[in-house]
Design a protein around this ligand. Structure first.
Ligand SMILES: [Zn+2]
Length: 274
């Protein structure tokens, strides 16, 4: 007596019908897998729970395991690279004259102590002194306690970016007429506040403009970025210049830059692509 399995579900498989039966052999059943594949499976395997899918379940599991393993490898690589990059950046800034920041580090007398020229010794110090490879980006950075001194165990600590930027603010360097100045010194020369100078530079002003535009002038982000009149294609070096050209207030041009349905002086505007 053969038990009819038609319509029953085993895992992902639903039995459609019995295969033509060969005497003396186990009865096989035509099944459809949830993924759409059709196959025949012996009744024995179905009842014992040995076959529960066309094989797609195993394939999915294997793919997942691979992904997890890859993820683990990537994470551990990143962790190692991160500290290495900190070290490499430090050495480059201080010892390689072709590095873009060399003039404010090595060129300004900031050195790396001999011990730390060896990555393994730097790494040992890092872990002994609170380096946390799992901390979010920018929350565990190498900080010099006295910014006029170099990289060495007695002048360094791991700090978050806020501590660090407060510490190094006075050391932001600015190029002016072919010479490098510490922002604070340059601001003092022009009788202005160094925070205001840095703020203006961050808005995209040239150093000359940042130093000479009268105090109290309203500056908005992008006000000194080049803009283009969409209708005429004419390019203006700044929002200010465009506003003067159409005899409108800067804020009108900025509003038109933000919302392309709006016009300033009868024209539409966009920021230049540079
Ligand atoms: Zn399947």
């Amino acid at each position: 007596m053969i038990e009819d399995l038609t319509g029953r579900r085993f895992g992902r498989l639903v039995v459609l019908s019995m295969c033509p039966h060969v005497a003396g052999e186990d009865v096989r059943w035509n099944c459809r897998c949830d993924c759409g594949a059709e196959l025949s499976v012996s009744g024995h395997s179905l009842r014992r729970g040995r076959t529960k899918s066309c094989g797609c379940y195993q394939r999915e599991r294997a793919a997942e395991l691979c992904k997890t393993r890859e993820r683990r490898i990537t994470v551990s690589k990143k962790k190692n690279n991160r500290l290495y990059n900190v070290w490499h950046g430090m050495v480059k800034r201080c010892c390689d004259p072709s590095h873009k920041s060399y003039h404010t580090y090595g060129g300004a007398g900031i050195t790396v102590c001999d011990e730390w020229k060896d990555f393994s010794r730097f790494r040992k110090w890092a872990y002994d002194n609170g380096y946390d490879e799992n901390s979010p980006k920018f929350q565990c950075t190498l900080d010099r306690i006295d910014v006029t001194k170099g990289y060495s165990p007695d002048n360094c600590r791991w700090a978050d970016m806020k501590v660090q930027s407060r510490n190094t603010r006075r050391n932001i360097w600015v190029e002016y007429q072919g010479k490098s100045y510490i922002a604070k010194d340059l601001a003092d020369m022009f009788g202005m506040d160094d925070h205001a100078l840095i703020h203006r530079l961050n808005l995209g002003l040239s150093v000359e403009d940042a130093l000479t535009i009268p105090k109290g002038t309203t500056l908005s982000p992008g006000a000194f970025s080049p803009v283009v009149c969409i209708e005429t294609g004419e390019r203006f070096p700044s929002v200010k210049a465009a506003a003067e050209f159409v005899s409108r207030h800067e804020s009108t041009v900025i509003a038109a830059l933000k919302n392309h349905n709006r016009t300033a002086g009868g024209y539409h505007w966009r920021y230049a692509d540079n």
